[in-house]
Write a protein that binds this ligand. Structure first.
Ligand SMILES: [Zn+2]
Ligand SMILES: [Zn+2]
Length: 289
């Protein structure tokens, strides 16, 4: 097993420090749970270096209310130093800990070239691609009053369509290796009666762009109460030859490797016996375990 999606910090304003001890504790917990290797994948949006080149991207949104809410959420979360993060994770790796250097890269509509230029300066092992917002609407912050009403205003099928458009652009950008929580648009439990059209597009995007798909237990902690991706989407990825990673998307130590046996069962049901690990953004096949 792998846990290829881990955060050091919970959401919200907080001190954004990274230490070797913190990374070692994540590795220890993963190893004790039978996980062979972890990837630290902090959100790109938490780093000052991203703020310097991307801040204000929300101004393109025609809704001043959504743009203001996104600005506030962004400003509350940003502040870490990307150089320090990279240095500490590389030191952990050099010390022999079973960790690789990653990042969770958000989709910035029309600005992925800026993101690519920023990422090119660092020796990442694996980059996750995530769609967390549509325009400046943070659709997966369903608990934020400023964002919650949009679900009813737009309608489920329109949201799934816009999400999938963004996923396709992100996949084609070259800025990621793995599609994180690929059907995050189901987070609140709203989904089209027949989601096949969107599932087909998500699987085709991953296959066309040579990406892996993440099997994540994070959805089990959300209103939808189901791992990402849904079994039907997972089967489509498998049929399209898309490899998989497994992940907890933990934002704190006690969730590292959470629900790993559920993820293993999902993959086994789809006939998968291997996962994809990465070094220097080059994939290799490892046993599911
Ligand atoms: Zn995410
Ligand atoms: Zn995450």
């Amino acid at each position: 097993m792998l846990d290829y999606h881990l955060h050091l910090w919970e959401h919200g304003p907080r001190p954004l420090e990274v230490t070797l001890e913190q990374v070692a504790a994540y590795c220890d917990r993963a190893t004790a749970a039978g996980v062979a290797e972890v990837a630290l994948t902090e959100h790109l949006s938490r780093f000052r270096q991203a703020d310097a080149v991307l801040k204000g991207w929300w101004d393109d949104d025609p809704s001043p209310a959504l743009a203001a809410a996104m600005r506030q959420a962004w400003d509350e979360e940003v502040g870490a130093d990307l150089d320090e993060y990279v240095e500490v994770v590389l030191a952990a790796k050099a010390a022999g800990l079973p960790v690789v250097l990653g990042l969770e890269v958000d989709h910035y509509a029309g600005r992925m070239d800026v993101v690519g230029d920023l990422l090119a300066g660092y020796p990442f092992d694996v980059l996750l691609g995530s769609v967390h917002w549509i325009g400046s609407w943070g659709f997966d912050n369903w608990f934020e009053p400023a964002f919650a009403d949009e679900w009813d205003r737009r309608g489920t099928e329109a949201v799934w369509g816009a999400y999938t458009d963004a996923l396709e652009e992100l996949a084609a950008s070259g800025a990621c290796d793995v599609l994180a929580h690929p059907d995050l648009c189901k987070v609140t439990g709203r989904r089209p009666a027949v989601p096949d059209e969107w599932y087909d597009r998500m699987a085709e995007a991953a296959a066309r762009c040579g990406l892996a798909a993440e099997v994540s237990s994070a959805g089990l902690r959300k209103p939808v109460g189901e791992a990402y991706p849904a079994p039907d989407l997972l089967a489509r990825f498998a049929a399209a030859g898309v490899p998989f990673t497994t992940a907890s998307d933990a934002h704190r130590l006690d969730r590292v490797a959470e629900c790993r046996s559920e993820l293993r069962d999902l993959l086994a049901t789809a006939g998968c016996t291997t996962l994809q690990a990465y070094r220097g953004r080059t994939p290799r096949t490892v046993p599911l375990g």
